[in-house]
Design a binder for this molecule. Structure first.
Ligand code: ZN
Length: 360
């Protein structure tokens, strides 16, 4: 099942919706229907869409500020708890991260200010506990934006407040420890919040969902940052396997089995007569080839053809993205002259990161 759906693209940023956002939409529509029939359901959906636009504007606050520091944003994901703009990298200067983290809440604050002005000018009251009956839609949107602002400023990952905290901590203890501290705080707050919802008499399931997302978001953010930091400054040439066996495209699977059983290597670059990479024979390819065609079949019949190559000069983050994107356990490393010079494997990358992290 796919968890995210691409909605469109603004500039260089893809806008994606998480599947659970549609669950939230259904939940809201049902709540609106229960309260006010069809009109209630339509009103609730309109409110959620207006909120979606507000969240998107908030995210583009982050994206625009990041762009100013030369950091691109390939995509922004909208979750039930808000948006997550995936920055290509964390800026080197903690001060820049601070400004990027603050730019989103600043946009939300501006939206809230405009809505407040509209409420005032239309003679309504913006009292949070006493919504104006004249402009209930604007009043509710105002109230939600204020809540969004407060929620975002909670000083724990993955909220913006957590990023602000991380940036402030990073000036004292380095990015890795600052990230871990902010993430741990986020998870503790999520657990405390989740327990509070469970123990309360009329706990709102949406709040429980929010606590779950905060918990998972804090953990994955910390892991992503640690990986990025551990790989900082590395290139493919630093992490590839240099000693490996290749297998000719016309060899039999019996020969591939011999190679597999002879050593540690699990994936074999398949080469033609000139030594150029033609594809990759993974252990899965081999097992499937053996069961479908037998040991007499050729490697060419069983291999994965047209695998993407990586050049030895490619930076760590980009190479990791290509490796993950390929869905393969390894990719051939091919230099500018078309020569096969190495093998980039998931296992090797994982081991390397483990060692670098332990040394950090
Ligand atoms: Zn934000």
């Amino acid at each position: 099942m796919r968890w995210t759906y691409t909605l469109g693209r603004v500039g260089e940023t893809e806008i994606k919706l998480h599947l659970t956002f549609f669950l939230l939409l259904a939940y809201w529509a049902a709540g609106g229907y229960e309260a006010g029939g069809m009109a209630g359901a339509i009103g609730a959906v309109a409110m959620l869409i207006a909120l979606f636009v507000c969240v998107l504007l908030h995210e583009f606050g982050h994206i625009t500020m990041a762009r100013r520091f030369g950091v691109r944003t390939p995509d922004v994901l909208i979750l039930p708890i808000g948006g997550v703009a995936r920055l290509e990298r964390i800026p080197d200067e903690p001060k820049q991260e601070l400004l990027i983290a603050l730019a989103g809440p600043a946009v939300t604050l501006a939206i809230a200010a405009v809505l407040y002005l509209v409420l005032r000018l239309s003679g309504g009251t913006a009292d949070i506990d006493n919504l104006s009956p004249a402009t209930p839609f604007v009043a509710a949107l105002f109230r939600t934006n204020v809540l969004l602002l407060l929620f975002n400023l909670i000083p724990a990952f993955p909220m913006d407040g957590g990023r602000v905290l991380r940036a402030l901590l990073a000036t004292r203890m380095g990015l890795a420890r600052a990230t871990r501290t902010a993430a741990t705080l986020g998870q503790m707050l999520a657990v405390a919040g989740g327990l509070a919802v469970l123990l309360s008499k009329n706990g709102n399931p949406v709040l429980l969902l929010i606590a779950l997302f905060v918990f998972l978001g804090a953990g994955s953010e910390a892991a992503a940052v640690e990986t990025r930091l551990a790989g900082h400054g590395l290139h493919v040439a630093d992490m590839m396997v240099r000693e490996f066996h290749t297998i000719p495209v016309h060899a039999t699977l019996a020969r591939a089995v011999e190679l597999l059983l002879a050593g540690e290597q699990r994936e074999f670059p398949v080469v033609d007569n000139l030594g150029r990479a033609e594809g990759l024979l993974t252990r899965d390819n081999l097992v499937r080839g053996l069961s479908q065609r037998g040991v007499g079949a050729t490697v060419a019949e069983a291999m994965t053809p047209d695998v993407p190559f990586v050049p030895p000069t490619m930076p760590f983050a980009e190479a990791l993205e290509r490796l993950r994107g390929s869905g393969l356990p390894a990719l051939p490393v091919v230099d500018g002259d078309g020569r096969l010079v190495g093998l980039l494997t998931r296992d090797n990358v994982a081991d390397l990161l483990l060692v670098r992290r332990a040394g950090a």
